[in-house]
Design a protein around this ligand. Structure first.
Ligand code: UDX
Length: 433
């Protein structure tokens, strides 16, 4: 089938390449000429494991192309809208400028009888509003939310847990089933529903995941007071199949371009709808999450003898999570900045996110390796659990630091190994050994 994909960020670029992989003829369209140039040349403009290979294959096979010209959508049957819905400045609500602009630009070139499919995460009610515009142009609109995780985007797109189709009629469902046939035939569950339900599935999933993380981080706060160990609480309760171990990793909490802004947009929408009380708990979820960052700064201060002024701090990690170079709402950079503002000399190292971090946080100092970041450090902060840090021999850092003090804000280091090498190891929700 001939498909267009509007927006070529994490979601759109991955979706376009994956759709070419399963046999479709795909054109990716974006207003960002530099991004399109890069993708055309076979370079993914962000770090996403497996995507460069998929892109190269699609380009070489001639099934995948990229352009800034919306007219390229004119000979496509199905059009996926994959643009961002960031948080509005100074507000909780989502900024729908890009979605509205993409649909408006698409309508200009939309052949009658085509299907526009929204994949962006939007406030419930958006799809119904857009459906009116698309139907007036003689086409249909469906909503087909995306659940991909950065770092695992290719796998999540080609082998999703489920496919949700929010549709207004059989024709839209048939077209979507045709698009996804190679994935559905693998046994992937398909949920066919209406537009508002499909929008809610996505925001509910993210709200639940955020709540699960903040739940265990709230327990971590209690553990810190009573001297209990949150990792063992998580291990023990996770064996209950109704609870499960995933997303019970206590530590610095969630960041990134999705969970934080999605729970805020969900609260803002609930307020507009007059059901704000129903989602009041998300305010607490957000607050718990932010408090973990403050606690990490406090631990760093304690390890520096009560004041960060004049201290040297080595920061390991800048990305919001490992295997990603995304620094949007990164807890790691938030902590690094707060420690710097408290008077410390901070040096940051991250295996992939340094370029992005430098652009957004030019006042922080950066180092070319973990050892360079920790040179002469009084305390080391482990803030993003890259494999490089988890597997590091403590002795490598012992040789360069001024004080063997480490805060493992992700509960991801082997603390026996670090303490055996003479380090004082502190973490969130656990007593020191
Ligand atoms: C998330 C959702 O998982 C995905 O389904 C949705 O489509 C987009 O948002 P992503 O933002 O890529 O994906 O990251 P995810 O892997 O979900 O992690 C989110 C944050 O939670 C990260 O900062 C991570 O470090 C943190 N996290 C995750 C924890 O603090 N503890 C955990 O146990 C798991």
């Amino acid at each position: 089938m001939k498909l267009s994909v509007i927006g070529t960020g994490y979601l759109g670029a991955t979706h376009a390449a994956a759709m070419a992989e399963i046999g479709h003829e795909v054109v990716g369209i974006d207003v960002d000429a530099a991004k399109i140039e890069s993708l055309r040349g076979g370079t993914v403009p962000f770090h996403e494991p497996g995507l460069p290979e998929l892109l190269a294959k699609g380009l070489a096979g001639g099934r995948l192309r990229f352009t800034t010209d919306f007219a390229a959508a004119a000979d496509c049957v199905v059009h996926f809208v994959c643009v961002g819905t960031p948080q509005r400045k100074g507000e909780n609500a989502a900024d729908l400028t890009y979605v509205d602009a993409a649909v408006a630009a698409l309508i200009e070139h939309l052949p009658v009888g085509s299907l526009v499919v929204g994949k962006s995460t939007v406030p419930v009610g958006t799809a119904e509003r857009l459906a009116g515009l698309v139907e007036a142009a003689g086409s249909d609109l469906a909503w087909n939310p995306e659940f991909l995780r950065e770092g695992k985007a290719v796998q999540d797109t080609l082998r999703p847990d489920r496919i949700v189709m929010g549709v207004t009629g059989e024709r839209a469902e048939k077209l979507l089933r045709d698009v996804y046939e190679p994935i559905v035939s693998l046994g992937t569950p398909v949920i066919v529903t209406d537009l508002p339900t499909s929008e809610l599935v996505k925001v509910s999933a993210n709200a639940f995941l955020a709540t699960k993380i903040s739940f265990i981080n709230a327990i971590a706060e209690v553990c810190e007071v009573v001297g209990a160990d949150v990792t063992m609480v998580a291990e023990a309760i996770g064996h209950d199949a109704r609870i499960g171990h995933r997303f019970l990793g206590a530590g610095l909490g969630f960041g990134g371009g999705c969970l934080p802004k999605d729970i805020r947009a969900f609260m803002a929408r609930a307020e507009e709808l007059g059901v704000d009380q129903a989602l009041n708990f998300l305010r607490e979820v957000d607050a718990i999450n932010v408090r973990r960052r403050a606690r990490t700064v406090d631990l760093a201060r304690e390890m520096c003898g009560g004041s960060l002024a004049g201290a040297r701090v080595g920061v390991l990690g800048a990305a919001f999570k490992p295997d990603s170079d995304d620094i949007r709402d990164s807890p790691a950079l938030d902590v690094a900045l707060a420690v710097q503002q408290a008077g410390a000399a901070v040096r940051v190292y991250d295996p992939y996110a340094m370029d992005n971090a430098r652009i957004s946080f030019p006042t922080l100092a950066y180092a070319a390796s973990a050892t360079a970041a920790c040179h002469d450090a009084d305390v080391v902060l482990h803030l993003t659990e890259w494999a490089e840090f988890r597997e590091m021999e403590p002795s490598v850092l012992s040789e360069v630091v001024r004080g063997r003090n480490i805060v493992d804000a992700r509960n991801a280091l082997d603390r026996e190994r670090w303490t055996a090498d003479g380090w004082i190891h502190r973490s969130l929700g656990r007593r020191s050994i």
